[in-house]
Design a protein around this ligand. Structure first.
Ligand code: ADP
Ligand code: MG
Length: 378
């Protein structure tokens, strides 16, 4: 990828660029917790967007996407927004840096990536973080704080791409470290690194390649349930709720609200338990918690679907240590914690059984927890 990018850059622009990269991400545990003031537990992965970049002494950005095979050119003013949707991620990052009083001048860039698009690994955050990091290094002497770079990516999604996302994806892409997961407190924005490196276990994503679009907005409905229960408990969010507190109002709320809140409260405790277990190198407990999360997402939060429950069952039958839905639900991937010696058998079985039942093979992505945004040494 590096060679291809550098060669393309040389042919198109002929100047000497610097190389930067940023990563896609996984979230080991902590689902639907962000809007409840809880914890998420992501890490950057060994799938990246990489770009060669050089200032061009003009007021224009000229950028070529190798994967999409398209060229875009745009200025740096608010009304220079490019028509290509992929270029808006880059334009947005430029604009958000400028809005914050930072410096961005014209530059040339050629980029490519191997983060699968739209599979739940956040290729868009990798793209934003790659350029945010690069422009901070190239034009701002790295004076913009790294957490702010993540916020620049998030604001780009909000203001230029029409995606109202939280901070987790960009945070993980920018701040990720090799062999470490990060517990992010979505209320205080404090975060802490935990070890995730083992010679015995691997993380394998299985992408069902289905996405069920539901008529009503299940996300908003669940959010509303959580807010209702928090309010009934006199709390701002479910962050400070306990199961005892929830049980004390059980007869005053609907069964649906009860089970939604139960999942969120239990999920917060599971993230904390997984962090403790990782500090002890206890991967069996980590895996058990992942299965509990899947069950909660499926039965209490009701955001699973037949295909994901099927993949979860296949994992359990194969003896996989942990498995759960990753992301909001209704399709997408499962994330699986797999003993190395079970890896090949699991991948083969999952592909075979899924295809037999649903007529197409799932995509499989083994991932390694890796560094986030960085300058690539040539
Ligand atoms: P994801 O869940 O992977 O973030 P999104 O729909 O949020 O999915 O973002 C995918 C979009 O990001 C693509 O449609 C494209 O505009 C941009 N993108 C991601 N990866 C690349 C790439 N390698 N080359 C060009 N654009 C990319
Ligand atoms: Mg995205």
């Amino acid at each position: 990828m590096k060679t291809k990018i550098l060669e393309e850059f040389k042919t198109r622009f002929g100047t000497e660029p610097s190389l930067y990269a940023s990563a896609g991400r996984i979230n080991l545990i902590g689902e639907h917790t962000d809007y409840n003031g809880g914890f998420v537990f992501p890490g950057a992965i060994d799938k990246v967007i990489m770009s060669a970049i050089a200032p061009n002494d003009t007021e224009k950005v000229r950028v070529f996407s190798i994967d999409i095979n398209e060229y875009a050119e745009f200025g740096l003013n608010e009304d220079d927004v490019p028509p290509q949707s992929w270029a808006r991620y880059i334009f947005g990052v430029c604009r958000e840096i400028l809005k914050r009083g930072g410096t961005v001048k014209g530059f040339d860039a050629v980029f490519a990536g191997n983060v699968p698009l739209g599979a739940g690994l956040s290729s868009s955050a990798a793209l934003e973080s790659c350029f945010a990091f690069a422009l901070n290094d190239m034009f701002n002497a790295n004076s913009i704080d790294k957490f702010e770079l993540a916020k620049i990516g998030q604001s780009t999604e909000h203001n230029y791409c029409g995606v109202n996302c939280g901070i987790m994806d960009q945070f993980a892409s920018v701040m990720g470290r090799k062999g470490k997961l990060m517990r992010l407190d979505c209320r205080s924005m404090e975060f802490e690194y935990f070890p995730f490196a083992s010679d015995d276990y691997e993380l394998i994503l299985v992408d069902s390649r289905v996405k069920h679009e539901l008529a009503d907005s299940p996300y908003n409905k669940r959010r509303a349930s959580c807010e209702r229960v928090a309010k009934r408990l006199g709390l701002e969010t479910l962050r400070d709720a306990t199961i005892d507190m929830l049980d004390s109002i059980r007869t005053d709320i609907t069964a649906e609200d009860y089970f939604r809140a139960k999942f969120v409260i239990e999920e917060k405790d599971r993230v904390l338990a997984v962090c403790d277990a990782l500090n002890k190198g206890d991967f069996e407990t980590v895996g058990a918690k992942m299965y509990e999360t899947h069950k909660g997402l499926s039965k209490d939060y009701e955001v699973s679907c037949e295909e994901l429950d099927f993949l979860n069952d296949v994992a359990r039958e194969c003896g996989v240590t942990g498995s759960r839905i990753m992301g909001g639900g209704f399709g997408g991937c499962t994330i699986n914690l797999v003993k190395k010696d079970l890896r090949d058998k699991f991948i083969e079985t999952a592909k075979e059984k899924f295809k037999e039942k649903y007529g197409h093979e799932p995509k499989v992505y083994p991932v390694v927890i890796s560094d986030g945004a960085h300058k690539v040494e040539e």
